[in-house]
Write a protein that binds this ligand. Structure first.
Ligand SMILES: *[C@@H]1O[C@H](CO)[C@@H](O)[C@H](O)[C@H]1NC(C)=O
Ligand SMILES: *[C@@H]1O[C@H](CO)[C@@H](O)[C@H](O)[C@H]1NC(C)=O
Length: 478
């Protein structure tokens, strides 16, 4: 049987290595390949609390995958439908399409018919960025007394909002009790005439509305999800020592969409109203996160520089003119199995690049993806292939293997040199019989290159927005 001889091939190689001189042989392999236990590719049913470096920091929040076993801890409400891998990847493509229409001249201007309404406030809606389903949540405290709310965190948007009672129009089902402003002594409306209210235009892309002198916000996402409600001030508690009075947020009275049980959204973008700007005096526009590699483990979101021991490799952050919320980056090359691919420099310079916490799969210019795929497939010919999984076209069937060896993949960021991806950032597993190369091609070389969250997993990703640089350090969480 073919699979048996593959196994023998692998064993023979390991055996001959052992005979030749284990240290040298292991090092050679470790430089160019990852050895992965196939069973570790799939998430476990129970939440493993990893003691991450972030735990020791006072300004760290726990981060979990939206649909993972760690997200449902202590929750006994009705079950929220889990998306399939095909759903996640389809929603991911929808987010990528919305980012491209926002950032490139292909942007559709949204006018007249596409308006969202709430009482006497009518808001012209700009087509927003799709939230997607493959993303992460962090838990914050809101109000006095404090209520815990799990919010999807998004580096691609700015306004923080949560569903609010009385849900005048509609609230979707969420895991925690819906925030009730009348039960909080620190809640306050923002008036329509305040300058904060007018800032909503840039943060949401929509002009604010007014309802009995209370400022009304509306934010629409690309997948027709939206939130409309009162723009308000409230006490935001991030950790036991860090709280912010008068944090400006959206108190949503009409909320619809695929937020998967999360209470709302935490906007980590670059606009004035984002949490990064609103907490700037304390944290100096510095935040970092570690996205866990599996839905059954936890990571962290940390505000402020703290005493980060991690040795970060820094690359400059840039501003994308059409998408001021986004964090622009420059990628200059890719390596596979320790060898830098020969991809023309113009392939990368012709595509604007961003890093995004809400896009799952990294999107590459087709020319770069083709080179990556070709180089990756060469050492993988010993494994049986599997059918494509949605946007992922290079898949393998590992069901008869207990461990596999895959080539390492590295990205060259401007100024940072090579960042060697964790093995979790290379393969996306639907099951052990369908494990796919976790990258996809854009449809055009000028589309936006997006560095997605699968590739960021287990790295400390540090945003030093004050100094306009982005840092990476490996092995910051499991
Ligand atoms: C906020 O404004 C709305 C609409 O005018 C009103 O119903 C609500 O009572 C106000 N809340 C506070 C605390 O002022
Ligand atoms: C994977 O391989 C196993 C064993 O050869 C086979 O039974 C199964 O149908 C394959 N699955 C896919 C998706 O190719």
């Amino acid at each position: 049987m073919a699979t048996t001889s593959h196994q023998y091939g692998l064993r023979l190689f390991v055996l001959s290595c052992a005979l030749v001189g284990s240290v040298l042989c292991k090092d050679l392999q470790a430089d160019t390949h990852h050895t992965i236990e196939v069973s570790s590719l799939l998430p476990s049913a129970s939440c493993k609390h990893s003691a991450t470096k972030g735990d020791a920091k006072t300004s760290s929040l726990k981060v979990v995958h939206k649909f993972g076993s760690c997200a449902s801890l202590g929750w006994s409400g009705p079950s929220i439908k889990q998306p399939t891998h095909a759903d996640i990847l389809r929603e991911d493509q929808s987010r990528v399409n919305s980012i491209n229409s926002r950032l490139t001249s292909k942007a559709a201007s949204v006018a007249g018919p596409n308006r969202v309404r709430q009482s006497d406030a009518s808001i012209p809606a700009r087509s927003g960025i799709t939230v997607g389903t493959g993303n992460y949540v962090a838990t914050v405290g809101l109000g006095t007394p404090k209520r815990e709310l799990s919010l999807i965190f998004d580096t691609g948007s700015d306004l923080t909002w949560t569903q609010c009672r009385p849900c005048a129009k509609y609230c979707y089902q969420q895991k925690e009790p819906i925030f009730n402003p009348t039960a909080s002594t620190s809640y306050g409306n923002i008036s329509c005439t305040s300058s904060a209210c007018s800032q909503l235009s840039s943060a949401t892309g929509n002009k604010p509305g007014c309802s009995s002198s209370a400022c009304v916000y509306g934010i629409q996402y690309g997948d027709k999800s939206y939130s409309i409600g009162f723009f308000a001030k409230e006490k935001l508690t991030l950790t036991s020592t860090d709280a912010f009075d008068n944090f400006m947020f959206g108190c949503g009275q009409d909320n619809r969409g695929l937020f998967g049980g999360a209470a709302g959204l935490l906007g980590l973008g670059r606009d004035k109203l984002s949490i990064v700007e609103q907490t700037a005096t304390k944290y100096g526009r510095y935040f970092s996160y570690c996205l866990p590699s599996s839905p059954s483990s936890t990571g962290h979101l940390t505000f402020g520089k703290g005493t980060s021991a991690a040795t970060l490799k820094f690359t400059p952050l840039s501003t994308i003119s059409e998408g001021a919320s986004f964090y622009g980056i420059t990628i200059q090359g890719i390596s596979v199995g320790g060898k830098k691919l020969s991809i023309p420099a113009s392939t990368f310079s012709n595509a604007p690049g961003i890093i995004d916490s809400g896009t799952v799969i990294t999107r590459l210019p087709p020319t770069a993806y083709a080179a990556l795929k070709k180089a990756f497939m060469e050492p993988m010919t010993k494994y049986p292939t599997a059918p494509p999984l949605s946007i992922l076209d290079t898949c393998y069937n590992f069901s008869t293997y207990s461990s596999v060896s895959i080539p390492k993949v590295g990205f060259y960021f401007s100024g940072a040199g090579e960042v060697d991806l964790d093995s979790n950032g290379i393969m996306y597993a639907a099951s052990t019989s369908q494990v796919c190369l976790a990258f996809a091609a854009n449809s055009d070389d000028t589309d936006v290159l997006i560095y997605g969250n699968v590739q960021q997993q287990t790295f400390e990703v540090a945003y030093d927005v004050g100094a306009m640089k982005l840092g990476f350090a490996p092995n910051a969480c499991a």
